[in-house]
Design a protein around this ligand. Structure first.
Ligand SMILES: [Zn+2]
Length: 176
């Protein structure tokens, strides 16, 4: 980690090491996006999330946070009940789970966020799931931060090199 540009050099690679294509549940079918995972050579990963069409918060002009976790099981069928609990290999309380991540900052439904996580490795997270919840994580309540409904999910898989286009289409192009 010699300079800040060290991390940028990974993000500018054309292909991440793993991806999770995010889709909303039946209540929020418009939510879509992709989470990219870049393994760092020594330890840790970069997690880059681009998500669109998240629901409004209290006011569309205020920031809205959505809890964001890696869950134990890679099953995003139905309304994501099969994702299990937060990935927690060390059997510790929330928010010390290895799968606990910062909540997503939604800007009028759109998120672009990168997280550096030195605790996770690619082999730990492959075939698990990324889950977005309806509420922010309070980082206190057991077992999962009082984060509410699971509104979107994606299974973490090895990247095949053919990524989807940017998650928002022409009808939903941001105007600013
Ligand atoms: Zn947790």
């Amino acid at each position: 980690m010699e300079t800040p540009n060290y991390f940028l050099s990974f993000l500018s690679k054309t292909e991440p090491d793993a991806v999770a294509v995010i889709k909303g549940n039946t209540m929020y079918p418009d939510i879509n996006g992709i989470v990219k995972f870049y393994a760092l050579p020594e330890s840790g990963i970069l997690i880059a999330a681009e998500i669109s069409d998240l629901p409004d918060g209290r006011d569309e002009d205020t920031p809205t946070f959505f809890a964001f976790h890696i869950h134990e099981k890679g099953d995003c069928s139905g309304n994501f009940a099969g994702t299990g609990v937060h990935f927690n290999p060390d059997n510790v309380p929330h928010p010390e789970h290895a799968g606990d991540l910062p909540s997503l900052l939604s800007n009028d439904g759109y998120v672009w966020m990168v997280i550096y996580d030195s605790f996770l490795t690619l082999s730990m997270i492959l075939n698990r799931s990324v889950v977005i919840h309806r509420n922010p994580d309070d980082f206190t309540t057991q077992p999962s931060g009082n984060a509410g409904e699971k509104i979107a999910c994606g299974v973490i898989t090895k990247s095949t090199g053919s990524l989807p286009a940017r998650p928002y289409d022409d009808d939903n192009e941001r105007e600013d």
